[in-house]
Design a protein around this ligand. Structure first.
Ligand SMILES: Cc1cc2nc3c(=O)[nH]c(=O)nc-3n(C[C@H](O)[C@H](O)[C@H](O)COP(=O)(O)OP(=O)(O)OC[C@H]3O[C@@H](n4cnc5c(N)ncnc54)[C@H](O)[C@@H]3O)c2cc1C
Ligand code: SF4
Length: 558
């Protein structure tokens, strides 16, 4: 059984519409979709460009640039590690804020990389991709709130609780977005507080939707932008703990509780970062090309916390936040062949700009947002074209880094040890060896099997280990349960696939019930109101679409 054999009732064409003659559109110069680091960097840069070029700004009308964000507020849907390379952020903010103003938990105080067995932790030499000297620990959710403030001061109109549902395309050119309705009932009926969505017509649209972007995938499809290999993803689940003792260093782990044999395809590891003296964040990241239907990243994180090296870090503490999100892992070969099409540009995680061996994408998101803003402004001022964005990004450190590490993640398809050897070769040769490009394989193309892995997940004790539902509660999720379902999956699937979805989803959205037709298929029950919009279902055979704006988690510390 492969998830790809049971596709969801969905086509990317549903996310594309023509501008309507009846709509009363809101005209915007540059529209940014997504208030993450990429989108907010774009907005901040647009503010500076507008200040330096008031004639163009005036020509763009009352709203020269705006940002739509589906979360309750900027930051609500942001989740990351997060140890960041602060240089691109400092460059962006130069003259607006000093580095000391950026909310952070300080520079990385020290670090180690550990190989875990069930009861031991063996220190490893730190590979160059994982060195964090000079980097800074942040909460991306907090950083997002801060960047949104700076963007507003720079003149951006930020529209929270606004999901961009459809890309407007007219005469082969992106002309803005249609935002989702609010206040519809489960069957699409208008409830008392119904508010229709609107058309935001823009001269240039910057898609900065982050991982598994809804309009981004539609744009890639419509404009034939797909890269050499398909995009692949990992799922990250993390918790923030209030702890009695400061941690004092950044820890990454490999090995247990993941299995190293090639047939499992369990690539990933954990991160444990100090957030100042009182908080620690701990997370588990696993590639979604895994094959065992019983893998549950949430439960693997619970298991990790029982390790003798990890447990003492958290003991006596209290879990104060939880969340989940996917990370694009395909790297250079999975990047769209062009990052722009008429009227539109793709940034950040939406485009797939993540350095997987380093577990870092925030600095690339910031840089790509800034460069996209410059190309957008250049085109509006009659001084350039959107293609300048591609050229600038290809000439930047982002491309150089991604080229060097391009073969590392795919190498782990051959198991941990061969993958580590090939990754080492790529590191010492700065990406020249192994030669060529290793192509990615779709996560949903992996054959599924079952091994009984779930039997060893620890039972939730409510102190150190937790179940999914109490975790979703901690995410602040407030999705109205009588809104139209936003998850598309096949309704009847083989038992393996039903179980895969139930275990994979960190928010307990899926359950599989025995089917009644005697054909061996199970009925998939979906509880969309639990969904924290991590995006994993889009990688493994389903499709996440944005629910009503303002739904989903309300992260503050992740
Ligand atoms: C567990 C985990 C650990 C990580 N650790 C690190 C780390 O330590 N260091 C690091 O540098 N990177 C790390 N990353 C990667 C990093 O978080 C991302 O690369 C980065 O957040 C990408 O920024 P972005 O702006 O492209 O997307 P995002 O941060 O995902 O922001 C996208 C925003 O767009 C909004 N949006 C999406 N679609 C729509 C729509 N249709 N309409 C309206 N709004 C929309 C979303 O709600 C969100 O607010 C980690 C990621 C994960 C998941
Ligand atoms: S239903 Fe939501 S939370 Fe669950 S896997 Fe899909 S996107 Fe993630």
């Amino acid at each position: 059984v492969r998830p790809a054999d049971f596709p969801p009732p969905w086509s990317d064409a549903e996310a594309i519409a023509e501008p309507s003659a009846e709509a009363e559109p809101i005209e915007v110069g540059v529209l940014v979709v997504g208030a993450g680091p990429a989108g907010l960097a774009a907005a901040i840069r647009l503010g500076r460009l507008a200040a330096a070029d008031p004639a163009t700004a005036e020509r763009l009308g009352e709203v020269p640039f705006a940002v739509v964000e589906k979360g309750k507020m900027p930051g609500s849907h942001l989740l990351s590690g997060a140890v960041i390379d602060p240089a691109p952020l400092h460059r962006l903010l130069e003259g607006l804020r000093s580095p000391a103003d950026v909310p952070s938990y300080g520079t990385v105080p020290g670090e180690s990389v550990l190989f875990l067995t069930p009861d031991r932790a063996v220190p490893l030499p730190i590979p160059p991709t994982m060195r964090n000297h000079g980097n800074v620990v942040v909460s991306l959710s907090r950083l997002g709130r801060f960047l949104a403030e700076v963007a507003e001061e720079a003149g951006a109109t930020i529209l929270p609780e606004t999901a961009a549902q459809q890309l407007l395309v007219a005469d082969g050119r992106v002309a803005g977005v249609r935002t989702g309705d609010r206040g519809r009932g489960r069957d699409g009926e208008e409830l008392a507080r119904f508010e229709p969505g609107s058309e935001l017509r823009a001269q240039v649209t910057i898609l900065a939707e982050g991982t598994a972007g809804h309009l981004t995938s539609a744009a890639i499809d419509r404009f034939g932008l797909a890269g050499a290999g398909p995009q692949t993803w990992a799922l990250g689940v993390k918790e923030v703990w209030k702890v009695p003792r400061p941690l004092g260093k950044v820890i990454h782990t490999m090995g247990w509780p993941l299995r190293s044999a090639a047939r499992f395809r369990e690539f990933g590891g954990s991160f444990v970062y100090p957030m100042g003296e009182e908080l620690v964040t701990i997370g588990m990241v696993v590639g979604l090309d895994y094959r065992d239907v019983e893998v549950s990243v949430h439960d693997l994180l619970q298991e990790l916390k029982t390790h003798p090296r990890i447990r003492p870090i958290l003991e006596g503490g209290e879990r104060v936040a939880w969340g989940a999100k996917t990370i694009p892992e395909g790297g250079l070969v999975a990047l769209p062949r062009a990052l722009h099409a008429p009227g539109v540009m793709l940034c950040g995680d939406g485009a797939g700009l993540v350095n997987v061996p380093a577990l870092k994408g925030i600095h690339y998101a910031v840089e790509s947002g800034r460069l996209a803003a410059e190309a957008a402004w250049g085109s509006l001022a009659g001084a350039g074209e959107l293609g300048a964005y591609d050229a600038a990004l290809r000439g930047s450190f982002v491309w150089r880094d991604l080229r060097e590490v391009r073969n590392m993640r795919p190498a782990f398809g051959a198991g941990l040890w061969r993958g580590a050897a090939l990754a080492g070769l790529a590191t010492v040769s700065k990406g020249r060896l192994p030669p060529g490009d290793r192509l990615t394989e779709r996560d949903s193309d992996q054959e599924l099997f079952r091994t009984g892995r779930a039997a060893s997940y620890p039972a939730p004790d409510g102190k150190l280990t937790f179940d999914k539902l109490s975790s979703v509660f901690l995410s602040g999720n407030r999705t109205r349960d009588d809104q139209p379902g936003h998850i598309r999956v096949a309704a009847r699937v083989p038992a393996e696939l039903g179980e895969l979805w139930a275990r994979m989803c960190p928010a307990q959205v899926y359950a599989a019930r025995p089917g009644e037709d005697g054909d061996g298929l199970v009925e998939v029950e979906v509880t969309p109101s639990n969904c924290v919009q991590c995006g994993a279902i889009s990688a493994k055979g389903g499709r996440l679409t944005p629910p009503e704006g303002g739904s989903g988690p309300e992260y503050t510390l992740t």
